[in-house]
Design a binder for this molecule. Structure first.
Ligand SMILES: [Zn+2]
Length: 69
């Protein structure tokens, strides 16, 4: 019985088996996305990242949700 893992990119359940050469990703696409995100992390860190989980005294600033980069 194959072990199921969650794709790190899309959280889809993937069978961990030798035939799946993109494991733990569900597809080549997700693997590439993850590698891209990994590269983005580095450049994101150098910028002032929004501290959503930080309890600050600053008033909430509405962020544009355009999803672009
Ligand atoms: Zn995926």
């Amino acid at each position: 019985m194959a072990r199921l893992v969650n794709c790190p990119t899309c959280a889809k359940q993937v069978e961990w088996k030798p035939e799946n050469r993109f494991r733990p990703f569900c597809s080549e696409r997700c693997k590439k996305i993850d590698l891209g995100a990994w590269a983005n992390e580095e450049y994101r860190v150098s910028q002032s990242a929004p501290t959503e989980d930080e309890e600050s005294s600053l008033p909430p600033i509405p962020l544009p949700k355009d999803g672009g980069n």
